[in-house]
Write a protein that binds this ligand. Structure first.
Ligand SMILES: C[C@@](CO)(OP(=O)(O)O)[C@H](O)COP(=O)(O)OP(=O)(O)OC[C@H]1O[C@@H](n2ccc(N)nc2=O)[C@H](O)[C@@H]1O
Ligand SMILES: Nc1ncnc2c1ncn2[C@@H]1O[C@H](COP(=O)(O)OP(=O)(O)O)[C@@H](O)[C@H]1O
Length: 284
């Protein structure tokens, strides 16, 4: 049997860090949503007890370091599944970009294997399994739009923001999430974005209010290390975006745009100096 799952990218509309916890993780408040830029997973059942990962992308690990592999192994171990699976990852989401590509592949693997092997695991339980793989995985299991607290795994669904275009630009630099959190001095944050204001803006359905509430405390860290990310934000605004923000720990910057007619100018202007640019819709 063969099944398919889509694994969409996430963006953080706001991200605040409250403090560092004794377990080394940071207590966060994030409003996350999904965009229509997705990896595609093909899962084929194998009669023998093995997990095979393949991909057209030459730049991701295909062994136990792959998050889809880890998700498959976790579900096999936990539910004592003796069958195997070949997972082919058609990667479209840029890697190590702040868009949760690996986390979404892991979440899609959990959803897919639940179907492929007829395990009937409830969604809440899939999210708990996801939390063992990474802080962003539980959100990726369900998607939609949510307030994420704790280390990112405690989720409260909220309504989707007003529909708009999202232009994403990933500069060719490497950012490590762990490094960005380590460099953040959470007691020195001067301006905290507000989750409740962002939620109120979303609930009002007012696109410009949503743009006004965009904020990410990890931006300061990544922007200091890589001034080109700041340059990308400024260029997006000059080209006509209604609001811009870095997603997660970066380095991808997204611009929200309400008018479709503005999108080609922003896209083409960015493509002039950034190879990885995407113009997509929110996944609402
Ligand atoms: C920053 C965010 C925002 O959505 O996304 P990305 O930039 O990775 O997409 C997330 O918090 C990333 O989530 P995820 O990528 O799943 O991180 P994990 O694998 O759980 O953790 C990687 C490392 O980041 C740090 N970490 C992560 C989450 C958190 N709340 N506090 C932390 O300090 C820890 O050092 C951890 O070892
Ligand atoms: N299925 C996967 N897709 C992409 N990256 C993966 C995957 N599995 C493991 N990785 C590794 O996870 C790291 C983070 O990748 P990714 O999830 O794309 O980034 P981010 O957490 O910034 O959104 C990369 O170093 C990559 O090598």
């Amino acid at each position: 049997m063969k099944i398919y799952e889509k694994a969409p990218a996430k963006i953080n509309l706001m991200l605040d860090v409250l403090h560092k916890r004794p377990d080394g993780f940071h207590e966060v408040e994030m409003v996350m949503t999904m965009v229509d830029l997705a990896d595609r997973l093909e899962m084929v059942e194998l009669p023998r007890d093995t997990i095979i990962i393949s991909s057209q992308a030459g730049y991701i690990p295909l062994d136990e370091k792959n998050l889809a592999f880890q998700a498959a192994r976790l579900i096999k171990d936990r539910y004592d599944v003796k069958k195997g699976v070949h997972i082919h990852l058609d990667k479209k989401i840029p890697v190590a970009a702040g868009l949760a590509g690996g986390s979404s592949d892991a979440a899609a693997t959990l959803r897919g294997l639940n179907r492929l092997w007829g395990l009937h695991i409830p969604i809440k339980e899939l999210q708990q399994l996801g939390a063992e793989l990474g802080s962003d995985v539980p959100f990726c299991v369900t998607g939609g739009t949510a307030l994420a607290t704790g280390r990112g795994e405690l989720l409260t669904p909220i309504e989707n923001p007003p529909q708009c275009w999202v232009v994403l630009a990933k500069p060719p630099i490497n950012v490590s999430t762990a490094d960005v959190y380590t460099r953040l001095k959470s007691n020195q944050i001067t301006k905290h974005p507000s989750a409740s204001n962002m939620i109120a803006a979303i609930q009002s359905g007012n696109f410009h209010e949503v743009c006004g509430q965009l904020g990410n405390v990890l931006e300061d860290v990544t922007l200091k290390l890589h001034p080109e990310v700041q340059h990308l934000k400024e260029t997006m605004m000059k080209l006509g975006a209604d609001g811009t923000l870095m997603s997660g720990s970066g380095p991808t910057v997204f611009g929200l745009v309400s008018k479709e007619s503005k999108v080609p100018r922003i896209y083409n202007g960015l493509r002039g100096f950034c190879r990885e640019v995407y113009a997509v819709r929110l996944l609402t």
